[in-house]
Design a protein around this ligand. Sequence first.
Ligand code: GLP
Length: 237
Amino acid sequence: MKVIKVKNSDELGVSAAEFVSERLMSLEKPIIGLATGSTPEKLYANLIKKCQSKEISFKNVTTFNLDEYVGLAQDDPTSYHYYMDKNLFNGIDIKRENTHVLDGEAEDLQKECDHFERLIQETGKMDLQILGLGLNGHIGFNEPGTSFNSRTHIVELSETTIKANARFFPTIQDVPTKALTMGIGTIMEAKEILFLVQGEHKAEILQKVVHGKVTEGVPASILQRHPNITLITDIDI
Ligand code: GLP
């Protein structure tokens, strides 16, 4: 795992945006996996700036998002659809039909997962997957105990995740208990991974992820085995 050490979230946003921009410019039709949460917000803000100043373009880019809550409408401010529109898609020149976010309101959720997985396989492997880290070691919404071979699937969110994400909702009771997520097997097939981890509260879990045993109990520990991964972090590891 290559490591880029930064001082704070501002530097992380700048460094990550440089990294993503370089990949966008070197590929003809980039396929990018996107993450949500607080960590990539400054990355996306910087990408919008670079796109508006014509330094980069998303015209030939296809995106797949890692996950979405079950039961939230796309225009619900706490859904990941809304997050992506607000934090990235509305500010860049991407073609809407080339953006893919799981539909957490689908009538048949399993069918939605299978369709999303098929679409990824048909489009081609992710050239670059952007990843964050959950407090319990989750990636996407793959909670501890998820098989390393998993494909896009329905998940039951853990107490830790519900508590950690409650800050985005009016009350903790409003946090959905289920979600859809790209599987760990799918994530590991990305040609390259950009792993973003920011804040002292993630220091303990990041040590386990990077230096601990590779175990399904710590989903992100599998990243130790990815052949082309860069970690950008403000944590000493
Ligand atoms: C959420 C998302 C993950 C994200 C993680 C960390 O639950 N499903 O994809 O990486 O939590 O989020 P944050 O950056 O807000 O700490």
